[in-house]
Design a protein around this ligand. Structure first.
Ligand SMILES: C[S@@+](CC[C@H](N)C(=O)[O-])C[C@H]1O[C@@H](n2cnc3c(N)ncnc32)[C@H](O)[C@@H]1O
Length: 586
C-alpha cells in the first residue's frame, strides 16, 4: 500500500476540441483522476485581439477545473503563454505544464519567459516538463538558478525507454511522473505492463507525493487508456505495507521542527508519551542495563537514572535487575517538577515505593552514596545537541562511584551533504527569514543524500570522574570531512545523525546504514546553507563544523566548501557565527 494516495491522470495525443466533454466522457471512462489538456488551441491570433474567442479555448469553464491540469502552447509567443496562464488562473486550474525543456532549448530565454510568467500571474505554478535523460538535470538546474529558485516552478519528469538513476530528482520539486504509453509492453494476455526495471523505479516514486500521467503516444492512438490506469493502480497494490514505525513517522516527512531543549525547558507530558512509544529504544537500554548489572562486582548495586522523565528507564532498570537476579537500589533524579508528580504516581502504583525519587538538577545534587551505574537518555538527533556532555560531566563527577559505569558510554555525530529543494524552501520560510542559520529536526524524505555520512566528533563518559575538567572547554569541537560528489547536484545543506554505545556491544544508531531497527525516537538533523551550491561529479565537498560553548550557551557553526579545480571552487558562509541565530541553553 502506498503511503500517499495514488493519483493517475491521462494525457490524450493530439488536440481535444472540448475539454469539458473529454473530462465527462473519455477521462471518466479511463478511470483516471485527472486529464492533461491544452489550455487553448495555440490561438496566436488572440494576442493581437487581446482575448480568446470561445472556439479557441479548450477548458471553457471552471466546472472541471479540479481535475484538469493545463498544458501551455508550444514555445512561441510569450504573450500567448501569458494570456493562457491568466485564463488558467481564471478558470481555477491548479497547475499549468510549461513547454518541454530539452537539449535544444535556449536556457536563458526559456528561464526569462518562465520567470516573467510566474512573477506576473498570481497563484498558478508552472510545471517544467523534462525527459529523464543525460544532461536533463543540469538544464533544469540552470533554469531554476536563473529563476532565483522560484518556488512556483515545479517538475514533470517524463520517463523513457532507458533506465537511468533518478535519485537526484528526488531532491527536486517533482510533481508529476509522465509515462508515455510506448514505454509499456504487452503481457501474455495482451494487456500493457512495464518492464521490471521500470516497475522498480515507479514503485520507488510511489513513496513520494507525486501524481502519474499516462501520456498517449502517437503510435498508440487506438489503445484503451483504462488498461494503463488500472495497471498503475495494480502496481501500487503490490507495494508492501509500511512498518508501524514508518507509518507513524510518515506524517512528519520533511516537516521542520525546532530541536527540543530538555535542559533549558521543561518538557510536557505528551512529549514524554511520544518518547515512551519507541519500544525498541527502551529494549536496548534494558539489555544494556542488564549486562552492566551482571558485570558489576558490587554486592548491592546502586543504579541512578538521571533525567528520569516519567520513568520508562526506571521500569526497565527494575526489570533488568530482576532478569539479572541481583539486588539493585534504584534512584531516579529529575529536574522537571511536573514530571516528578508522575514519578510519584508510578512509584506508588507500579514500583511498590522501592524507587528513591529526587527532584534536582543532576549537575548540582550531592548524594549520600554514589552510583555504580548511571543511566541517562539525554541524546538529541546530533548526539550531543541536548547537552548530554555538559550534564554527564557534572553528574559523573558528583554522582558516579570511582569504578562506576555510565550508560551511554559514548556517542558520536555524523554529517553528509544533502540536496533538497523542499527542505531548503521550508527553512527559508521559517522564522521570518532567519531560518537558514539554524538546524532542524526533520524526517528527511524528499532529498538526495550525496555521500555516506562521515564522523564529526564523539564524546565518551568512560574516564575516571576525578579526571573530568571543571570548565566546559574540553567539550568544544572542530571537525572537517571531505566528500566526493558522484552526480551533478545542488547542495542545500547537511544531514546530521548520531550513534551511541550504550554498554559493551549494545548500540543505538540513526545513521541510514546502521539504523537501529524500528526505532523512531529520533529523526535526523538538517543544517541548511544559505546559498545552495552547485557541485559536479568528481568535485570535493569539504564540511567544517564547530561545537562552541560560552557561559550558559552551546551552539554549532558550519560551512561547506567545494573544490573542482582552481576555477570552480566555492565557499559558503560560516553559518550561525557566535550563536547569532541558534544556541542551546545550559
Ligand atoms: C530526553 S528526556 C528523557 C526522559 C526519560 N528518561 C525517557 O526516556 O522518557 C530527558 C530528561 O532529562 C531531564 N533533564 C535534562 N537535564 C537535566 C538535568 N541537568 N538534571 C536533571 N534532569 C535533567 C529532562 O527534564 C527530561 O525529563
Amino acid at each position: 500500500m502506498a503511503l500517499n494516495g495514488l493519483r493517475v491522470g491521462v494525457e490524450p495525443c493530439g488536440m481535444v476540441a472540448d475539454g469539458d466533454a473529454f473530462v465527462a466522457g473519455e477521462m471518466e471512462r479511463s478511470e483516471a483522476d485527472f486529464a492533461v489538456l491544452a489550455v487553448t488551441h495555440e490561438a496566436e491570433a488572440a494576442v493581437d485581439r487581446g482575448y480568446f474567442i470561445l472556439s479557441e479555448v479548450v477548458v471553457k469553464t471552471s466546472q472541471h477545473a479540479y481535475c484538469v491540469l493545463g498544458r501551455a502552447s508550444t514555445w512561441g509567443d510569450s504573450d500567448l503563454l501569458s494570456m493562457e496562464l491568466q485564463l488558467a488562473a481564471y478558470v481555477g486550474l491548479k497547475r499549468v505544464l510549461a513547454p518541454e525543456l530539452s537539449a535544444s532549448t535556449n536556457l536563458a530565454s526559456y528561464a526569462r519567459t518562465l520567470l516573467a510568467l510566474v512573477s506576473n500571474t498570481a497563484g498558478v505554478p508552472l510545471v517544467v516538463r523534462v525527459r529523464a535523460e543525460e544532461g536533463a538535470w543540469a538544464r533544469w538546474n540552470r533554469v531554476r538558478m536563473l529563476c532565483g529558485h522560484q518556488v512556483r516552478l515545479q517538475v514533470a519528469l517524463e520517463l523513457g525507454d532507458d533506465a537511468c538513476d533518478l535519485s537526484q530528482w528526488r531532491a527536486e520539486p517533482v510533481q508529476l511522473i509522465v509515462l508515455p504509453t510506448r514505454m509499456f509492453v504487452g503481457n501474455a494476455a495482451g494487456y500493457p505492463v512495464l518492464r521490471k526495471d521500470h516497475q522498480a523505479e515507479i514503485k520507488r516514486w510511489m513513496d513520494h507525493a507525486v501524481a502519474y500521467v499516462i501520456r498517449q503516444s502517437e503510435e498508440d492512438e487506438d489503445v484503451n487508456l483504462i488498461d494503463y490506469v488500472r495497471y498503475l493502480r495494480f502496481l501500487a497494490g503490490t507495494l508492501e505495507d509500511p512498518s508501524a514505525a514508518a507509518a507513524a513517522s510518515a506524517e512528519y516527512r520533511d516537516v521542520l521542527q525546532a530541536p527540543l531543549q530538555p535542559l533549558m525547558d521543561h518538557l510536557e507530558s505528551a512529549t514524554y508519551e511520544t518518547f515512551e512509544m519507541d519500544l525498541p529504544k527502551y529494549d536496548h537500554y534494558e539489555h544494556a542495563m542488564m549486562r552492566a548489572i551482571q558485570d558489576s562486582p558490587q554486592k548491592e548495586i546502586v543504579l541512578m537514572v538521571v533525567g528520569a522523565g516519567r520513568g520508562p528507564l526506571v521500569t526497565r532498570a527494575l526489570r533488568a535487575a530482576r532478569q539479572a537476579g541481583r539486588a539493585v537500589q534504584v534512584i531516579a533524579i529529575e529536574k522537571n517538577p511536573s514530571a516528578l508528580v508522575e514519578l510519584q504516581l508510578r512509584n506508588a502504583n507500579d514500583w511498590g515505593h522501592q524507587v528513591t525519587l529526587i527532584r534536582a538538577d543532576m549537575r548540582g545534587w550531592v548524594p549520600t552514596q554514589r552510583a555504580d551505574i548511571l543511566v541517562s537518555e539525554l541524546l538529541g538527533s546530533f548526539g550531543d545537541n541536548e547537552l548530554s556532555p555538559e550534564c554527564l560531566d557534572a553528574a559523573c563527577r558528583l554522582l558516579l562511584a570511582p569504578r562506576g559505569v555510565c550508560i551511554p558510554q559514548s556517542y558520536a555525530a555524523y554529517v553528509a551533504p544533502l540536496s533538497s529543494t523542499l527542505l531548503h524552501a521550508r527553512a527559508q520560510a521559517y522564522g521570518d527569514g532567519h531560518g537558514l542559520e539554524t538546524p532542524y529536526v526533520v524526517n528527511i524524505h524528499a532529498a538526495h543524500i550525496l555521500a555516506e555520512p562521515q564522523l564529526m566528533w564523539s564524546f565518551s563518559h568512560t574516564q575516571p570522574s576525578d579526571q573530568i575538567a571543571g570548565d566546559n572547554r574540553h567539550n568544544q569541537r572542530w571537525a572537517t570531512a571531505t566528500f566526493r560528489v558522484q552526480s551533478p547536484s545542488l547542495v542545500h545543506g547537511l544531514a546530521g545523525y548520531f550513534d551511541a554505545v550504550l554498554y559493551g556491544n549494545v548500540e543505538l544508531s540513526i545513521r541510514p546504514d546502521t539504523h537501529t531497527e524500528d526505532m523512531h525516537s529520533w529523526f535526523p538533523m538538517y543544517f541548511p546553507i544559505k546559498q545552495p551550491m552547485t557541485a559536479s561529479p568528481g568535485d570535493e565537498l569539504t564540511v567544517h563544523m564547530w561545537r562552541r560553548s560560552r557561559e550558559s550557551r552551546t551552539w554549532y557553526e558550519w560551512a561547506v566548501e567545494s573544490a573542482g579545480g582552481e576555477a570552480s571552487s566555492a565557499s559558503s558562509l560560516i553559518h550561525n557565527i557566535n550563536a547569532h541565530e541558534y544556541w542551546i541553553g545550559h
